[in-house]
Design a protein around this ligand. Structure first.
Ligand code: ADP
Ligand code: MG
Length: 439
């Protein structure tokens, strides 16, 4: 027998409370509390052992995982998909969620049938996409049924190894009222699918749209219910796409996977490089750390003499305040007339840099443009202090090793324990300056 728990959900903002409320304490709307009956998850059918030998314990979870046959995604998830795992994949429309889901469906169908529930596109549209992606769609099943109760009945009969719901905003439940895609509907649908997933050990991929402004009645309100939350990031103007794990009950969070969107789908960028090789002044390569791995990126600057009273600092992919500070440090410690120059800084591929280890590369890029001198094929890594010092960064060795794999042989880095061929260590911006003024 399943017990029922009642929850009150604000139909406006998604606030949840075990008690009824007249006015929502979060969004201050009146009369928005809607009753939600949560059925207890009944996992009595689970016949997995419940006592484990400690010395074998670390292996147990690994043995339960199913590979996605995508190295990037397995790594992102901490080694594959766990039975009964509910994964939320959020992202802006057009970023590539459906493409990724279909590619994943094909790879995962090695394990058995995969069911793709599409509330967004017609069966033939998905068929066309599969053709365009060159997929072998043998054991992928598609349905456009979008009522969760009958869907679950169908899923129970079909016994897929993975269910994809594209998107949760288009699936509805007949057990509650409210508009499709609204707070109460999304909350209910996710709860029902989660219960199904846990009781039957079927992993579920929930796709959710997020808009630029954040989200309205979107994935945020179900993030706490699911096991894993992944966001798909990328700018329309570039083909770089990043999957980022925000939460994961079965693995590390903060991990990323990088893809390139091509005509025939998303391709893994395994060695984590995003550089358009160029030997023009102003271009500098650095290594930024995301999750547990380094990524090679290119910083580009254009420094030009300003005829106006106030010099401009404009950046893309880097907080402009960082540019202002680095420019001030260069001006003060190298005594360069940079205050009267405009500075534009850009990061290749639409990547965003927040890692302070890229400071030195930004400073180098500015100097490179100012002196119209390219430093050669070099990776520049280091944090810059307000006193003009070049400071140590975390994981320097990993960054250098990663860059060596990509063919880089020369490195300008802070003083550190890391030694090796081609490593040039500097203590401050003056040491760096020499490379621009000497031949
Ligand atoms: N028929 C097509 N031909 C070429 N590219 C396409 C086609 N359909 C979609 N794309 C590309 O794939 C991208 C991702 O689409 P999609 O996976 O549907 O995104 P989402 O599901 O996140 O809205 C689109 O922005 C577009 O650039
Ligand atoms: Mg889509």
């Amino acid at each position: 027998m399943s017990k029922k728990k009642t929850l009150y959900v604000c139909d406006n903002c998604g606030y949840e409370s075990p008690k009824w409320f007249g006015k929502c304490p979060v969004c201050a709307e009146w009369n928005t509390a809607r009753e939600l009956k949560l059925e207890e998850i009944n996992n009595m059918g689970d016949d997995r052992p419940y006592v484990f030998l400690l010395k074998e314990a670390s292996q147990i979870e690994e043995n339960l995982r199913f590979s996605t046959y995508s190295e990037e995604i397995d790594n992102l998830l901490g080694g594959g998909v766990v039975p009964g795992q509910v994964i939320l994949l959020g992202g802006e429309p057009g970023v590539g969620k459906s493409t990724l889901a279909l590619q994943l469906a094909e790879k995962f169908s090695v394990h058995g049938n995969v069911l793709y529930v599409s509330g967004e596109e017609s069966v033939s549209q998905i068929g066309l996409r599969a053709k365009r992606l060159g997929l072998n769609e043998n054991s992928i099943y598609i349905t456009t049924k979008n009522e969760i109760e009958s869907l679950i009945l169908a899923i129970k009969k079909q016994k897929p190894v993975l269910v994809i719901l594209d998107s949760i905003q288009t699936i509805y439940s007949n057990s509650v009222e409210g508009v499709v895609g609204g707070v109460l509907q999304i909350r209910t649908v996710v709860e029902k699918i989660r219960k199904f997933s846990k009781e039957n050990n079927v992993p579920i991929l929930l796709i959710a749209h997020v808009n630029k402004e954040g989200n309205i009645a979107g994935p945020k309100l179900v993030e706490h219910i699911v096991d894993t939350v992944i966001y798909f990031e990328g700018e329309k103007s570039t083909d770089l796409r990043i999957l980022r794990v925000l939460k994961n009950r079965f693995g590390p969070s903060g991990e990323i996977a990088i893809f390139q969107m091509q005509n025939d789908g998303l391709k893994e960028l395994k060695d984590k490089i995003f550089i358009e090789e160029s030997n023009m002044p102003g271009n500098v390569v650095t290594s930024l750390f995301e999750g547990t791995r380094p990524i090679l990126v290119q910083v580009q600057s254009l420094v030009s003499r300003d005829k106006m009273a106030t010099a401009r600092r404009i950046s893309h992919g880097i907080d402009v305040r960082k540019i202002i500070i680095i420019a001030a440090v260069i001006s003060k410690h190298l005594n360069l007339p940079i205050d009267s120059h405009d500075i534009y800084v850009n990061v290749s591929g639409g990547l965003k840099i927040t890692d302070p280890a890229c400071d030195l590369a930004i400073a180098s890029s500015v100097l490179s443009s100012l002196f119209n001198k390219f430093l050669g094929k070099t990776v520049i890594i280091g944090e810059v202090g307000l006193d003009g010092s070049v400071r140590k960064v975390h994981n320097l060795k990993k960054r250098i090793d990663n860059a060596r794999k990509a063919g880089y042989k020369r490195f300008i880095v802070p003083y550190d324990e890391v030694n090796g061929e081609g490593i040039i260590k500097i203590r401050n911006l003056r040491d760096l300056y020499k490379y621009f003024v000497e031949d």
